[in-house]
Write a protein that binds this ligand. Structure first.
Ligand code: UTP
Length: 471
């Protein structure tokens, strides 16, 4: 077996992977051999030359323009009518069972520094419900409200799949029918040292990491999920990330506009808070929609302004999409999909020549990931809808500061307080107008403002004086 593996690796200068092979027992040897056999070495070699040994320059198309979008508030009566029609259409699609939810939860969540899959993080401010529970209950309520139970596709990675599934089993799927929670595992990519050599994470294992949320599309195909959706006549996927509990898990207006506009892939956009906010920018070039990462948009473009002083490139992406099943089927028809790769410089632990595990203090390796938004330019038609960030986007990337557990909890409290106040409930406020008490409403009971109004009416709730969790 050694020789066979050696012959596979040698033409690409990667025989260091076999350094400890003869010290391994049979099971360990088989483990490493299977990983090596699965490598597409010619392709990896190309990627290493292109992305690791050099930094591929970013080419920004000359005709880059800000993308158009449907505004948060309709600009005239015609548009208002179109939105009304869209909302009704979205609700009908939900009622007919044409929509499933799709959550990407395969990331490693390194910035959060939490031991376990990110979805198992207790995010809710008072009840401490986990992200997974929060979404499950929102989906249950949405299924109830729109008259058809929703199926939830959750992408995991080899690293967290088992822990994720066990978590759902342990908690009885948070009340969802187990058959309506579908896990599928994304692909991996090997980490590459700055010298172009693949790293060993252990003597019997490559250092493998998830291949980015762009891996979702191919993983849906390979796992058989697309076939299942087709058999169940599901046509649309409501896509969101595991770290954003504020998101509308299904958004009738977004779904309806997507369908009425014949879009293949749609997106929610937020108005950026400033030119350098760390959100991808919606842009068009040659009639196609692109998201250009904040770090790649040239400063002159990022800071350019319209006559009224507003940012030209104002549209930022919170990674909320609707995708047609047929679009994903088309893209992955031959069992392959090549999206561009993005280079991330990381501190990757590795086994050194002496067989010792080294935990580097500085970045030592490149991880390659693909991003789902790179599918946008492949869509024949796209659609963007503006949303109110306070209602849709509270990412949990860090423990404190920007995009953190703290800011996320504050946003959840503020959103629930707004819902209560809109329903006529009195709350103590700070001089700045923020809620002076903590409130949380269970997503199992309340999905939106309409639900909140009905909830408060039925419970004769008119005032809240202290921290309150409403179930
Ligand atoms: P992030 O890019 O924020 O990465 O993922 P992360 O892994 O969660 O966190 P850091 O960067 O290590 O701190 C955005 C979303 O995409 C998912 C994540 O689970 C999250 O929902 N994702 C990311 C995947 O599903 N797979 C991946 O390979 C990467």
């Amino acid at each position: 077996m050694y020789q066979q593996l050696y012959d596979k690796l040698a033409p690409y200068g990667q025989t260091q992977l076999l350094r400890f092979f003869n010290q391994l027992n049979a099971m360990e040897q088989a483990h490493l051999a299977a990983q090596i056999q699965a490598l597409d070495l010619p392709e990896l070699d190309r990627l290493i030359r292109e992305y690791v040994l050099q930094r591929k320059p970013i080419t920004i198309p000359e005709d880059l323009k800000p993308a158009e979008f449907f505004p948060l508030h309709p600009v005239d009566a015609d548009q208002a009518a179109w939105y009304e029609r869209a909302r009704a259409r979205g609700e009908a699609l939900l009622k007919e069972g044409k929509v499933s939810a799709l959550t990407v939860a395969g990331g490693q969540g390194t910035r959060l520094g939490f031991d376990g899959p990110k979805g198992t993080y207790p995010i809710a401010p008072l009840s401490h419900k986990t992200l997974f529970q929060y979404f499950a209950e929102s989906l249950l309520r949405a299924g109830e409200k729109y008259g058809h139970p929703l199926t939830w596709y959750i992408m995991t990675s080899v690293i967290n799949n088992q822990a994720t599934q066990e978590f759902f089993e342990k908690h009885d799927y948070f009340g969802m029918e187990p058959k309506r929670v579908v896990f599928f595992i994304q692909g991996t990519m090997p980490a590459v040292g700055y010298d172009g050599k693949l790293l060993l994470g252990a003597k019997d294992s490559l250092s493998l990491s998830p291949d980015g949320h762009g891996g979702t599309l191919l993983a849906l195909r390979k796992s058989g999920c697309l076939d299942r959706m087709k058999a169940e006549r599901v046509e649309y996927l409501s896509y969101f990330q595991v770290d954003n509990p504020l998101v509308s898990v299904v958004n009738p207006l977004l779904l309806g506009l997507h369908a009425l506009e014949d879009s293949e892939m749609s997106a929610i956009m937020l108005s950026k808070t400033g030119p350098f906010e760390k959100l991808g920018n919606f842009c068009t070039s040659h009639g196609r929609l692109w998201i250009i990462e904040y770090s790649d948009l040239p400063e002159a473009l990022a800071t350019s302004r319209n006559a009224d002083g507003s940012l030209c490139f104002v549209a930022g992406s919170p990674a909320i999409h609707v995708l047609n099943r047929s679009f994903i089927e088309r893209l992955t028809a031959d069992g392959q999909l090549s999206l561009p790769w993005h280079r991330a410089d990381k501190k990757v632990p590795f086994v050194n020549e002496a067989g010792l595990l080294v935990k580097p203090e500085e970045p030592n390796a490149v991880k390659l990931e693909s991003f789902i938004f790179d599918a946008l330019p492949l869509a024949e038609r796209t659609m963007i809808l503006e949303a109110d960030r306070r209602e849709e986007f509270a990412p949990t990337k860090n423990q404190t500061g920007v995009d953190s557990v703290e800011s996320c909890r504050q946003m959840l409290i503020a959103r629930d307080a707004r819902r209560l106040m809109a329903a006529g409930v009195k709350l103590p406020l700070t001089p700045e107008g923020d809620p002076a008490v903590q409130v949380e409403i269970s997503p199992r009971a309340v999905l939106d403002d309409e639900d909140a109004a009905a909830y408060c009416r039925s419970r004769k709730l008119t005032e809240i004086k202290q921290d309150t969790y409403l179930e």
